[in-house]
Design a protein around this ligand. Structure first.
Ligand SMILES: [Zn+2]
Length: 144
């Protein structure tokens, strides 16, 4: 995450199927947040649109509307429950990482047209990187 100049990472981004995420916007006090089983328990009244990117889809950015203020409840690295309130950039990063844990990318907050355009751009930029992208055709819906 730090090598790629990211400010957050969710466990499932690196293939770990756990509800764990870290958020580090560069503050030393308080230290970086480790969030285990995080849940947003409170949201402010105000929304804000700002540009986001994601380590899972590098070099693609889009404007995403998020709550300006959130309160999150989670377990810390010692398994102790805590609550933290965050605003602005930190609140945005927390929401982005919790979205990852729920299988949601920032692209999912954009219009279908905007998402398609950005994904096409991203796929094109990855064309020469063989082995990085695998095109998957969804199976037709059938009986389970
Ligand atoms: Zn991300």
């Amino acid at each position: 995450m730090r090598a790629a100049k990211g400010v957050g990472l969710a466990a499932n981004q690196i293939g770990v199927a756990q509800r764990v995420a870290v958020v580090d916007i560069g503050e030393e006090d308080p230290p970086p947040l480790a969030l285990i089983n995080p849940v947003i328990v409170e949201r402010g009244d105000e929304l804000e649109v700002a540009e986001e990117g994601c380590l899972s889809i590098p070099d693609i950015f889009g404007d995403v509307e998020r709550d300006v203020r959130v309160v999150v409840e989670a377990l810390d690295r010692d398994g102790k429950r805590f609550r933290v309130a965050a605003t602005g950039y930190k609140a945005r990063a927390i929401q982005h990482e919790i979205d990852h844990l729920d299988g949601v990318l920032f692209l999912d907050h954009l219009s279908a047209v905007k998402r398609s355009l950005l994904l096409a751009k991203w796929k094109k930029s990855r064309k020469k990187q063989t082995g990085y992208l695998k095109e998957v055709t969804p199976e037709p819906a059938g009986e389970l």
